[in-house]
Design a protein around this ligand. Structure first.
Ligand code: FAD
Length: 408
């Protein structure tokens, strides 16, 4: 286990500075254009692939950083550049993590490389769990997967919604119910390979922020996938279902809580994205406050403005520390006994919303226009308190973990 230190290693600083350079030179200058176009920024993803940022190898290296800081540092820098473009770059990672977490070695080796493609032929992947009637309440999803034993195929039917890269992805990872009685314990994940008949894009959403990231419905109409596309394999699924049926007899609520706990580990990464956006807005506001003159002096000369900046920076640093703590705990196998993963996501996402709003205020009329980036950052920041579990759901997880009570 790494010794505790607040100092980043030389290697970590190099990676951070390299990512910052890419975010400053490639992502930030493209941000306004792709926000207006509301389209996936393929040329930027290609550029990221060329330099090695859009690749499985890069994320694996960061993931295995023994201090746990590799992923949060990468997320903070890329999202500092621009949240919409950065989500287009890291969105495939959501699907890849779905396969890494549940797939066999053979499935990992077959599908993850296909998710990314290569620098000359870049692909994206989508992770499809949410449904129109199953957002926070993931246990109630309706997409069904039924096994056709004669053909060794699974038949999937349902509609997924809000899928990042949904429909434009090559590989889709789809969560479906194989036993509705078991709630989330009756779910299984499937690979839907590129070009599978019956898998299509539904409506593409026009969003408030992160508009360079594609978000759409995915319609699954009698989609047939080979038995080998069930992540983890049939034998493991049957064993897991048998255990879950046994546990369900002892009380449904316990089953639900265990499922919620599995999301804990990915939440600090979303917290780090929020820290990136918050820091970006804070920096613009600080510069502006030092140069904008009113009443014959820079506006930062007023405590009303300077104190806001002091609070903004304090919250951002506190958020980063919570994210780093949770990431360190996750990588060192420390259990989140106080839901530290959820704490980090909750605080960082609320901080991003608040700080970006303060930045708009400090820029005054300019902050309200698209001439300055804080307007976009403020719209982008609103996503962090919604996806990967809303702030209310994070509070629910924290409160349940602290109290051991089934708080509703
Ligand atoms: C841009 C974007 C990208 C996304 N990407 C993906 C993706 O790639 N894959 C994917 O599967 N999903 C994705 N999502 C879906 C996202 O995870 C859900 O939107 C989120 O989980 C919230 O679900 P919901 O929208 O149905 O809100 P609801 O669950 O309907 O919640 C509505 C409100 O009620 C509150 N609420 C609900 N239940 C409770 C409760 N028990 N206690 C207190 N308050 C409660 C919520 O906090 C929220 O404020 C994405 C969403 C967006 C907007």
């Amino acid at each position: 286990m790494a010794e505790f230190t607040m100092e980043l290693s030389e290697e970590q600083r190099e990676v951070r500075d390299w990512l910052h350079g890419f975010a400053a030179d490639v992502i930030r200058p493209a941000a306004a254009e792709w926000d207006e176009r509301e389209e996936t920024p393929w040329p930027v993803i290609q550029e990221a692939a060329k330099v090695g940022i859009y690749s499985l190898d890069f994320y694996a290296q960061q993931y295995f950083d023994p201090t746990g800081l590799g992923i949060p540092m990468a997320m903070e820098e890329l999202f500092w550049g621009d949240a919409g473009i950065a989500l287009s770059i890291v969105g495939t990672g959501l699907a890849a993590v779905g396969v890494l977490a549940n797939g066999t070695e053979e499935q990992i080796g077959t599908w993850i490389p296909q998710m990314y493609g290569d620098a000359n032929d870049v692909k994206v992947a989508a992770f499809c769990s949410s449904e129109p009637d199953a957002g926070s309440d993931v246990a109630s999803l309706r997409t069904r997967a039924v096994y056709d034993e004669a053909k060794d195929e699974w038949v999937i039917n349902g509609t997924k919604t809000w899928a990042t890269n949904g429909g434009i992805a090559g590989v889709h990872v789809v969560v479906a119910s194989v036993d509705p009685e078991l709630g989330s314990k009756g779910h299984a994940s499937f690979i839907v390979p590129p070009g599978t008949p019956g898998c299509s894009q539904g409506q593409k959403f026009k969003k408030h922020g992160i508009r360079a990231s594609h978000t759409a419905e995915v319609v699954l109409d009698d989609v047939r996938v080979p038995g080998s596309c069930l992540l983890g394999g049939k034998e493991k699924l049957d064993e897991r279902l048998a255990r879950a049926r046994e546990k369900a007899k002892q009380g449904g609520e316990r089953v639900k809580n265990a499922a919620m706990a599995t999301f804990e580990a990915s939440r600090p990464a979303v917290g780090a994205m929020a820290v990136g956006t918050a820091r970006a807005a804070y920096e613009v506001a600080l510069d502006y406050a030092k140069t904008r003159q009113q009443f014959g002096r820079p506006i930062i000369d007023n405590q009303g403005v300077a104190f806001q900046l002091a609070d903004m920076r304090t919250s951002i640093d506190a958020a980063r520390l919570l994210v780093w703590r949770a990431s360190w705990m996750a990588v060192n196998g420390r259990p989140f006994t106080a839901a530290e993963g959820s704490m980090s996501k909750l605080f960082a996402s609320e901080t991003a919303k608040k700080v970006t709003a303060q930045a708009v205020q400090i820029l005054g009329g300019n902050g309200y226009t698209r001439e300055y980036p804080v307007e976009r950052m403020h719209r982008d920041a609103a996503i962090y308190t919604i996806f990967e579990g809303t702030s209310e759901i994070q509070r629910l997880v924290i409160a349940r973990t602290l109290s051991g009570m089934p708080i509703r």
